[in-house]
Design a protein around this ligand. Structure first.
Ligand code: MG
Length: 346
């Protein structure tokens, strides 16, 4: 016997959304309506792609629009023969910063081996590997083991990297209110860089309870996909100006145009764009961080290949990295991606 179902109507996977609705709208639009001063107008691309779409229901649609909108930024930068961060900075009147802070995310739970210490050994090896690559800020997982085990992992990490202020912890939204709050007192003495996604990303009341009780930074936002989601986080999430970290990811939330609107909303609410550290360790977000003058960028060394990570021309030095100087985002410089992209563009 086979159980059959489907998820919904009209909210199919990103490929379907693009092929059936958004790309036809763009092809039918007056070409002039899609052009701006620098080539394609990314805001118009988003607006035409979103014609007749209902509010809300972000899901896969937010990613589908982002792919179109971000491709316009890559193309415009290539037309101007410059790296995309320079195009972004000019368009948005920001001071481009071609050297940005970057941290190594990872800190996975590794399986124990026969002597029972394999997990700790592999965590240490991972951290040393990232440190040797030039990283000086790190992020590890918590919430997947007992509190005692997680505290041990935090201590092992600090032992390798130096201080708690170089270490962030990410709970991936796992904790309920009681668990989240009970961990706060235990981790507070370490002076960690930030505590990420303590609870469900849409549980703003829980987030507000955590920020009210925890003097250190709290990070969240990678699972928010629209300006309205961010408005609700700013209104109800207890986020503190100058302290907490916003991690919205333009590639998951309608692209750069929508992301800039999110930043404007935060700045109007008293936050600073240096509090923005977009989720997603890849070269597109590296350009956005540099072009918009944000706080910093995430990296996932060695994983999520071939789209993850940065081209070999980008090396990490003292915890900082620069976007590739080639025109566009430089996705073609990723060795694992270049052949595929050549085939796509042929
Ligand atoms: Mg995270």
């Amino acid at each position: 016997m086979v159980g059959l179902a489907f998820n919904s109507i009209g909210r199919f996977a990103q490929g379907g959304i693009l092929r059936d609705r958004m790309i036809p709208r763009l092809l039918e639009a007056d070409p002039e309506a899609l052009l701006g001063d620098d080539g394609l107008d990314p805001e118009a691309i988003r607006d035409v792609a979103m014609q007749d779409e209902k509010p809300g229901g972000h899901g896969d649609r937010a990613g589908a629009v982002a792919a179109l909108e971000l491709a316009a930024w890559d193309l415009n930068a290539k037309l101007a023969d410059e790296p995309t961060y320079a195009t972004i900075a000019r368009r948005h009147g920001t001071a481009a910063n071609d050297s940005v802070s970057v941290y190594a995310a990872g800190g996975y739970y590794y399986p124990c081996d026969a002597d029972g210490d394999g997990s700790a050994r592999q965590l240490r090896e991972e951290l040393k590997r990232h440190r040797d690559m030039g990283f000086d800020q790190f992020k590890i997982k918590v919430g997947g083991a007992s509190v005692a085990d997680d505290l041990r992992r935090i201590e092992q990490t600090i032992d390798v990297v130096g201080t708690g202020s170089q270490v962030a912890v990410d709970a991936h939204g796992r904790f309920g209110f009681v668990e989240a709050v009970s961990l706060l007192g235990a981790i507070e003495p370490y002076g960690l860089r930030w505590f990420e996604e303590p609870g469900d990303p849409l549980d703003y009341a829980l987030n507000a309870e955590v920020t009210a009780r925890y003097p250190g930074s709290v990070a969240t936002g990678e699972n928010l996909f629209s300006v309205v989601d961010v408005a609700n986080l700013a209104r109800y999430g207890g986020m503190r100006p100058g302290l907490d970290i916003f991690q919205m990811d333009p590639g998951l939330s309608y692209g750069l145009t929508e992301y800039v609107e999110q930043i404007a909303l935060l700045e109007n609410a008293g936050f600073d764009r240096s509090q923005c550290h977009p989720h997603g360790g890849h070269v597109i977000n590296l350009h956005l961080v540099a072009g918009l003058g944000l706080g910093g960028c995430e990296a996932y060394p060695g994983v999520f290949q071939p789209v993850g990570g940065f081209p070999p021309v980008c090396s990490v030095e003292n915890g900082r990295i620069s976007p590739p100087p080639a025109p566009g985002f430089g996705l073609e410089l990723n060795p694992g991606l270049s052949g595929y992209l050549e085939g796509l563009c042929a």
